[in-house]
Design a protein around this ligand. Structure first.
Ligand code: SF4
Length: 438
């Protein structure tokens, strides 16, 4: 006979930034749940009833009750909302633990809204947090240490997941990144990958998920920061993946596009699309990115040509607002996008996230003028740019964003489909009204 759960644990992924924008984004991304919270659920004993709450937009008074343990993870843009939820749960009589990149960077700030904060990766301390909660003596801080084999303790939980849920969640096969970008606020810099056989077993599970009619094969999303962080491991994975008959997509750094063997193996294993962080079109000017082996935007075009030869689509992300860039550079960016033939491009404004070297530098120079974390969502300027007033930077940024849509086959297709549907509905409604008025 199984005993009923004694304790209740809420795992909350709060809305980031403006909630309406978040709701719109969610409708496009399928609202994936963060792996950090799934990992905590996996490490929680069965004596807890675990409830996942993912980007809930509207909260009612009765949602906040006493006696629970509430764990909230937060990115910087979600911090304000996370703090508000934490305050309300604490007022209702529950205990709140905050964690995530923003909390790890600013634990003192987070502690004003929580009973405890977890700094760094939580796996190594989660059992202590639960034991202390049960004993009624939660500590203010728990310092998580990165574990080399961070996935084995939770692997069984993932393996038992519904294939459809696992497919939506994607596979987070590594931690850390080999680069040290100035603007990146990662918790750990230590690169570690999960065991190959675990990845392959989970891919096998995802294959069992029902798939939409427009997909030829099961599609696996690798949600790691950079699938090419450990090239030897990645190539071995591609070799093994080739036998599985799946398509897949991932984030990767541009060095993979110059590695012929990696590209060939990626193509054979079913790689369909890679999201590449180009960051700037002037890699030689802006040295603090991951692009040391690339000298100019011409090298980017070569890299993209290599991808096309292997029938791999590319999505590119770029950052606007670096100190080194001015109006002429934004025009060059547009010219580059016109020639790059990317599926689509993501343009973001340079954002100094707490925990990044960029934040420390701009803060030390007294150039950050807004500490309203809700604005730290890649689309607001929160610091004084070097080469132009804030208003001009906004004009350039949104201007470049708008014009860049013209070079994206994905947006053009969406626009044409919308236009076609509009014409169709106009035609039918016109004929219908004419028929009625006969
Ligand atoms: S390559 Fe990406 S994940 Fe790695 S440090 Fe740079 S921004 Fe962060």
């Amino acid at each position: 006979m199984t005993t009923p759960p004694q304790n209740e644990l809420f795992l909350i992924n709060p809305c980031a930034s403006y909630r309406l924008i978040d709701a719109i984004q969610n409708s496009f991304t399928g609202n994936p749940f963060p792996h950090a919270l799934v990992t905590l659920a996996a490490l929680t004993p069965v004596s807890y009833r675990v409830t996942f709450i993912n980007k809930k937009i509207f909260w009612k008074k009765k949602d906040f009750s006493a006696g629970k343990l509430v764990a909230i993870t937060c990115l910087t843009s979600a911090a304000r909302h996370a703090y508000r939820l934490a305050d309300r749960f604490r007022r209702a009589g529950s205990k709140v633990v905050l964690g995530g990149p923003h909390v790890s960077a600013l634990p003192q700030e987070a502690l004003q809204h929580a009973d405890s904060v977890v700094i760094g990766e939580a796996e190594s301390v989660w059992k202590d947090v639960l034991a202390d909660f049960e004993a009624g003596r939660l500590k203010a801080r728990y310092q998580g240490e990165p574990l080399e084999d961070f996935f084995s303790p939770v692997y069984d939980y993932y393996r038992r997941m519904e294939p459809a849920f696992l497919s939506r969640l994607g596979l987070h096969i590594d931690r850390g990144c080999k680069y040290r970008c100035d603007f990146c606020a990662r918790i750990s810099e230590w690169c570690r990958s999960i065991k190959m056989e675990q990845v392959l077993q989970l891919v096998e599970r995802i294959k069992q998920a029902p798939r939409p009619f427009y997909l030829r094969k099961p599609f696996v999303v690798f949600r790691c920061d950079n699938i090419f962080s450990n090239p030897a491991y990645t190539k071995e994975l591609f070799r093994k993946l080739a036998a599985f008959g799946v398509d897949w997509g991932a984030n990767c750094s541009i060095d993979m596009c110059f590695d012929e063997e990696a590209l060939r193996l990626a193509e054979e294993s079913g790689c369909r699309v890679l999201l590449i962080g180009f960051e700037t079109i002037h890699p030689h000017k802006y040295k603090k990115t991951s692009l040391r082996q690339v000298r100019s935007s011409e090298d980017y075009l070569t890299a993209l040509g290599n991808l096309r030869r292997h029938r791999i689509g590319a999505v590119g992300s770029f950052i606007v607002g670096a100190d080194e860039d001015g109006p002429a550079d934004y025009l060059k960016l547009l010219w580059f996008l016109a020639r790059a033939r990317l599926w689509r491009s993501y343009l973001t404004l340079l954002t100094p996230f707490p925990g990044s070297r960029l934040f420390e530098r701009l803060n030390a120079e007294g150039r950050i003028f807004s500490f309203n974390w809700t604005r730290y969502n890649f689309f607001n300027c929160v610091y004084k740019p070097k080469n132009m007033p804030v208003f001009s930077l906004y004009l350039w940024f949104y201007g470049v964003c708008l014009v860049s849509l013209l070079f994206s086959p994905q947006y053009i297709t969406m626009y044409l489909v919308a236009l076609f549907l509009y014409q169709l509905s106009y035609h039918f409604s016109y004929n219908f009204v004419s028929w009625l008025s006969r």
